[in-house]
Design a protein around this ligand. Structure first.
Ligand SMILES: [Fe+2]
Length: 295
């Protein structure tokens, strides 16, 4: 019961990844083992400690509003009471990564898919696909922020549209999600803080993204991001910094169709590039970067 239902494997832009059954599944809470709960507890304690002074206030406060604790893996139904009352979102259990069109449809309808299974103890530091810890700990708290919640829905609606427009549009939009929802930083009066889920669920990257001299930190620019490739197998080489969540919402308001058309004939930027028009907050030294392909 504690193994997700993999259907097959498929070559995608994220590598050779498992394909899962795409339906909604009930969280099999009673079947979680003691080890599953211990993995949750270990990761929860570790990240709450690391994220003090590193994650943005909205993330930390919203996580507390859910009452998540190291005591046990949270029950989706308990989280949903808070989430539905807060922003009208709900989480739904899934087996794992979903095909784009299914994923977009969930987001467009304010449903956030959460993998019901949690990683194994030997995978505490890295996992190539999203598990319950990444999805619940990393994504769900920000969905209680009204502006961010609207942004993620707008992204889903944009995804439904981009899916019909074709692979180029989809790639542009996916980069936006990557550099904001997954790996975004925000400028606050206290300094840069993390809001991206891919960062907050990783101890190493939570420290690296703010404190290392290696990566670039560049002001948010929608079209710049849509042209920028990214890393899936190492920490990011560039982080984009927003001034506030409203900036995301404002940037998402226009119809992207003419933007996709314009970008189609322009070359993409490497994950490591700094461009002349960039608002550079920090130009990375590039120290320790490995030469691997960008997605
Ligand atoms: Fe994610």
């Amino acid at each position: 019961m504690n193994t997700p239902q993999r259907v097959e494997h498929q070559q995608t832009d994220r590598g050779y990844i498992p394909v899962y059954a795409t339906g909604i599944v009930e969280q099999p809470w009673a079947d979680y083992t003691r080890t599953d709960h211990e993995v949750w507890a270990t990761l929860f304690r570790r990240q709450r400690e690391v994220l003090k002074g590193r994650a943005c206030r909205e993330f930390l406060e919203n996580q507390e509003r859910f009452g998540m604790s190291p005591g046990a893996i949270p029950k989706f139904e308990d989280l949903n009471k808070v989430l539905k009352a807060g922003t009208g979102w709900e989480i739904v259990g899934v087996e794992g990564l979903l095909p784009d069109e299914v994923f977009f449809d969930h987001l467009a309808n304010r449903r956030f898919p959460v993998s019901w299974w949690i990683r194994k103890p030997e995978q505490l530091d890295y996992l190539s696909e999203p598990d319950l810890f990444h999805d619940l700990f990393g994504h769900v708290p920000m969905l209680l922020n009204p502006v961010f919640a609207d942004y993620v829905q707008a992204y889903g609606l944009g995804g439904v549209k981009a899916f019909k427009l074709g692979p180029d549009a989809l790639m542009n939009l996916t980069r936006l999600y990557w550099y904001t929802v997954e790996f975004g930083l925000i400028a606050t009066p206290e300094g840069l803080r993390i809001y991206g889920s891919g960062i907050v669920s990783s101890k190493g990257e939570s420290i690296y993204c703010l404190e290392s001299d290696s990566p670039n930190r560049i002001g948010f620019d929608l079209e710049r991001i849509m042209r920028t490739r990214y890393k899936i197998d190492t920490y990011q080489q560039t982080y984009f910094v927003i001034d506030g969540f409203q900036q995301l919402m404002d940037a998402t308001r226009p119809d992207f169709t003419p933007i996709y058309a314009r970008l189609r004939d322009l070359p993409a930027f490497a994950a490591s590039d700094v461009q002349p028009g960039d608002r550079v907050i920090q130009q990375g030294t590039g120290e320790g970067w490995v030469k691997s392909a960008d997605v």
